[in-house]
Design a protein around this ligand. Structure first.
Ligand code: GLN
Length: 484
């Protein structure tokens, strides 16, 4: 059962091959078997899941046939879930039980999915290794000595270990795609504004976007449709009809024009990853795609620009955690200032504090123009690079990450080395473009991801390309030894 994709689960539930309750029970047993070693879940909501599964089975028996009815998923612990603790991987929100659901959660509930629990993540989604979680790091199922990527590391590991067929993630600078690549699964960051951010705890509001993580592109198509759509409670959410992504994925790739950015096939990319990508390029050529070299000449400025914009926005967003309204509060404060200072000093971890300091500095009166405004200008140049490229090609292909999953602790003392993990993923966030990562091979037993970046609202095409590629390859079907 646990090897089934979302599409297969939908089919099997509809056929009555097993019930939602049987499936959820089986997966919950796997979670309790593997969570000690993998730590992919922060919270497991077994009782609520089993009673919802039972209710879904009853609805089905009465003739209800919504495709996702009774399908188990798990949410990244950044999405507010009514009555279920939502920690955002932090000590600050260690005991926070939201009184409401995020729009994404609400949409999945309305579609009939069952939430098995909340997945581990870097504190406030800041990180590339999941090592910044207050709840401890997560093991990569392909090699438990290695990180699963971040910040949606728990979501990626849970899917890779087949503890749940799909999860939600969020991506501010790569947090869906980089862990998807490290764990050998498929994930898509939609166009900025496609998915509502309401109830998704804010990190950098102009970059944050939620999306699905699953084993296949087909599953991502089903889930993205369920979670997308206009929401008046998020002022940056776009009022535009949601596509039937599942209808888009079967199209032929004949005549597809793919751009290969010279800047992505550069010195930063490890040679074996480049070789895996070359094989993927050949597979796509056989499917009818043609390739041209393109330039994205300002790409090298993306990481520095991001590390001004994202901390600036985070310093503002995280100012709400002041020990007054909710979240961690220090013991016996002597006055208001002491309350603020100690609550925040105790409630935030090192990386979050580093970002708040950098962001506050970048936004301060004397440095605002030199850093923040400059970074916004660079952001514009990066968007223009993409706009020029999309006059020439339909989609851009490159690596998701410069290396495969690294060892726990390997980059912990060097924030810049950690930040450079996202050199290939950050540009799409700065431009607000949709981007997908799909498995395209292994290097020394560790998964490699290929990245597709599309034009605005071209999610259907990205899913189409990845799905066609997955019809002729089976990288996405591989399961790590030890969790079969
Ligand atoms: N690794 C990046 C960071 O730490 C991206 C995180 C994310 O996408 N949430 O900012």
């Amino acid at each position: 059962m646990h090897k089934n994709t979302i599409a297969e689960v939908c089919q099997n539930l509809a056929n009555g091959d097993y019930s939602s309750k049987e499936l959820c029970q089986h997966l919950l047993e796997r979670i309790s078997r593997f969570n000690q070693s993998h730590n992919a879940f922060i919270e497991v909501s077994a009782d609520a899941a089993l009673s919802s599964a039972e209710a879904a089975d009853q609805l089905r028996a009465k003739g209800a046939n919504a495709p996702l009815l009774g399908v188990p998923i798990a949410h990244k612990d950044i999405f507010c879930t009514e009555g279920i603790r939502t920690s955002c991987g932090s000590r600050m929100l260690e005991n926070f039980v939201p009184p409401y659901n995020a729009t994404v959660v609400e949409k999945f509930n309305a579609a009939g999915t069952i939430c098995l629990g909340k997945t581990n993540m870097d504190e406030f989604a800041m990180g590339s290794s999941n090592e910044n979680s207050y709840f401890g790091s997560v093991a990569n199922p392909w090699d438990t000595d290695r990180v699963p990527g971040g910040s949606s590391g728990g979501s990626a590991a849970a899917v890779a270990a087949r503890l749940v067929p799909a999860t939600t993630g969020t991506d501010t600078g790569g947090s869906i795609r980089q862990p998807a690549a490290f764990c050998g699964i498929t994930g898509i960051k939609p166009t900025y504004g496609r998915v509502s951010r309401y109830g998704m705890i804010a990190f950098a509001s102009s970059l944050d976007q939620g999306g699905p993580m699953a084993t296949t592109a087909e599953d991502c198509a089903l889930l993205l449709e369920a979670m997308s759509g206009f929401d008046e409670r998020d002022s940056t959410c776009i009022d535009r009809p949601v596509e039937r992504y599942i209808d888009a994925i079967d199209q032929s790739l004949n005549g597809l024009k793919v751009g290969l950015p010279r800047e992505y096939f550069s010195a930063e990319l490890s040679a074996p990853i480049a070789a895996a990508l070359q094989q993927a390029i050949e597979a796509l050529q056989k499917l009818g795609a043609t390739f041209v070299d393109i330039d994205l000449k300002n790409q090298s400025l993306a990481v520095p620009a991001y590390y001004v914009v994202a901390p600036a926005e985070c310093s503002s967003n995280l100012s709400r955690f002041d020990g007054v309204r909710y979240g961690h509060r220090c013991e016996s404060p002597v006055d208001l200032e002491d309350l603020y200072k100690r609550s925040r000093a105790e409630g935030f971890g090192r990386e979050v504090k580093r970002r708040i300091l950098i962001g506050t500095y970048a936004l301060s009166a004397g440095y605002y123009d030199a850093y923040y405004i400059k970074a916004q200008k660079v952001r514009n140049l990066i968007s223009q690079d993409f706009a020029r490229a999309f006059e020439q090609v339909d989609v851009i292909l490159g690596p998701t990450t410069p290396t495969t999953a690294f060892k726990h602790g390997e980059n912990s003392d060097d924030p810049v080395a950690m930040y450079l993990n996202d050199i290939f993923t950050i540009p799409a966030n700065l431009a607000g473009l949709p981007a997908l990562s799909a498995p395209c091979g292994f290097v020394e037993g560790l998964p490699v991801g290929l990245q597709l970046v599309g034009n605005y609202f071209d999610e259907g095409r990205l899913l189409n390309i990845a799905h066609q590629y997955q019809q002729v390859t089976d990288w996405h079907r591989q399961i790590p030894a030890g969790v079969e």
